[in-house]
Design a protein around this ligand. Structure first.
Ligand code: C2O
Length: 510
């Protein structure tokens, strides 16, 4: 493999992706952040400089979905794999692009990724499905006009709730907004004609689109007027191609599709649409982008009409039956099975939080659990919500959703088998035991269950709901996987240096 080096500076900024100005945090002043591109097996090096000032804040970048085989300390999860990067400090991440396909990176510090710290990450690998043009990442994200910090503060205050309707929905960081709907008296600059994203198709050619839900909360339903899409991958798993008019993506999920430009003459123009599902909370759930064939007049908006897409009302992903991995992998007999229920509750201070497997997680950014485990100490405070799976080689997790909402469940450091998802309790059935879907985020429907299983990758790994606010509200567990291997790991000095700088910064700020 080749070495690919990137320099990231995280800093504050004011942007108006939909015309309404709001404070954000950005990577290299861009939203979405810069593209990381590599080939399968390459080494990726990213120097992350924390330039967040006024006020200062920590940060840490997570490379979503990568396995970090033998490098769990590069996973970018503060409180788990590292201390946050202190203001004014740089941390160099070094890891292998160990899976191929489409993913994203995002801050894993508090709900910072809902504040703008997100970007696409593409790993090129063997191509199963031929196509002519790689259109690149298409990032779909709900959008709030308040800063993530203020939103979290309100949610986690007495009497707060996690129902925080988004103000808009963006495609590659763009959408228009009706400024006349802004609360009277709000003097924030707003421009109703901010503009939308535009894409180009070459007539008759096949195009690969890499869809990424990089939002905070909303489930996206993506479609292109008058074009069917051929799905070729879900997260990092290539699948047997199938055609659809709509792709459903929970937060953190990716789907790669191939689209043929055969829906009209070279002057054609069509709407690309992404609607936030009625299963999610949004004030303005519609996002559009314009698609122009090679000869079309790109100054004119398309006039196409939408597909008639029925709402499946399951609030889950497409049927697992139709998403078959291209390279079969049979699920082994699990060596251990863990059941984990989750639900909302209100504590004695009237604060609404999540309880996952009986605990509402509270992080300690000064004491990353991987560092503690590496020192041979596996006794964690209960509020850290840690499960130790000891020497087990394959662990099955049965998740029961006791809440009325849908949740995108994400496991770090693994590409788990998705054995079953459905309403009510699990009946023990497995979808295609000889070739179940594998992906790193899967939606579990309201009052439903999700069964997944993973082959052990030694480390300490987060398992959480990818809705930004839910993770902050305690919907987070950590798995100690093969502790006997973890104690043998030689952590690079950057781990300790980062904690020393963070400890010094927090000591100054008490
Ligand atoms: Cu996309 Cu815990 O991460």
């Amino acid at each position: 493999g080749v070495i690919r080096t990137f320099d990231f500076t995280v800093s504050r900024g004011i942007i108006a992706p939909d015309g309404y100005e709001r404070p954000v945090l950005l990577v290299n002043d861009a939203f979405p952040g810069p593209l990381i591109e590599a080939n399968w097996g390459d080494k990726i090096i990213v120097n992350v400089y924390n330039n967040i000032t006024g006020p200062e804040e920590g940060t840490a970048i997570h490379w979503h979905g990568l396995l970090q085989l033998g490098t769990p300390w590069e996973d970018g999860s503060p409180g788990i794999s590292q201390c946050p990067i202190a203001p004014g400090k740089t941390l160099t991440y070094e890891f292998i692009a160990d899976l191929f396909g489409t993913t994203w990176y995002h801050s894993h510090y508090s709900a910072q990724y809902a504040g703008g710290v997100v970007g696409p990450l593409i790993v090129h690998g063997p191509t199963q499905q031929k196509y002519d043009i790689d259109v690149g990442p298409i990032m779909l994200s709900d959008w709030h006009h308040e800063s993530y910090f203020d939103l979290i503060a309100k949610m986690l205050a007495p009497g707060g709730s996690f129902i925080v309707p988004s103000d808009n929905n963006l495609i590659n960081g763009k959408m228009n907004f009706d400024c006349s709907t802004v609360t009277p008296g709000d003097a924030t600059p707003c421009n109703s004609y901010a503009g939308i994203s535009k894409f180009n198709f070459q007539t008759g050619k096949t195009h690969r689109l890499r869809l990424i839900n990089s939002g905070a909360d909303g489930i996206q339903r993506f479609s292109i007027d008058q074009h069917t899409m051929t799905v070729i991958a879900n997260d990092f798993t290539p699948i047997e191609p199938y055609d659809t008019t709509v792709v459903t993506l929970g937060v953190g999920q990716r789907t790669d599709v191939i689209v043929t430009a055969n829906a009209g003459g070279s002057e054609s123009a069509f709407w690309i649409r992404s609607n936030i599902s009625s299963c999610s909370v949004s004030r303005q759930p519609i996002a559009v982008a314009a698609l122009y064939y090679d000869g079309a007049d790109t100054t004119k908006p398309p006039t196409s009409s939408p597909w008639d897409i029925p709402d499946p009302h399951t609030c889950a992903n497409d049927d697992l039956e139709i998403t078959k991995p291209l390279f079969p992998m049979a699920v082994p007999e699990p060596t251990f099975t863990q059941t984990m229920d989750f639900e909302l509750f209100t504590n004695s201070s009237n604060i609404t939080l999540w309880k996952f497997n009986g605990v509402s997680m509270r992080a300690n950014y000064n004491q990353p659990m991987l560092v503690q485990a590496n020192e041979g100490n596996f006794t964690f405070p209960e509020e850290r919500n840690v499960l130790n799976f000891y020497t087990n080689s394959s662990v099955r997790i049965v998740v029961n959703n006791k809440s009325p909402g849908s949740h995108p469940m994400h496991l770090h450091g693994h590409n788990p088998y998705i054995l079953h998802e459905g309403a009510g309790d699990w009946d023990g059935g497995i979808v295609r035991p000889n070739n179940p879907l594998r992906r790193d985020v899967q939606l579990v429907r309201p009052k439903g269950h999700l069964v997944l299983q993973f082959d052990a990758n030694p480390g300490v790994w987060g398992f959480h709901c990818h809705i930004a606010w839910h993770a902050s509200g305690g919907f987070f567990a950590s798995f100690v996987v093969q502790p006997d291997e973890v104690v043998k790991m030689r952590l690079p000095h950057t781990v300790e240096d980062t904690c020393d700088a963070w400890d010094a910064w927090t000591a100054r700020n008490v």
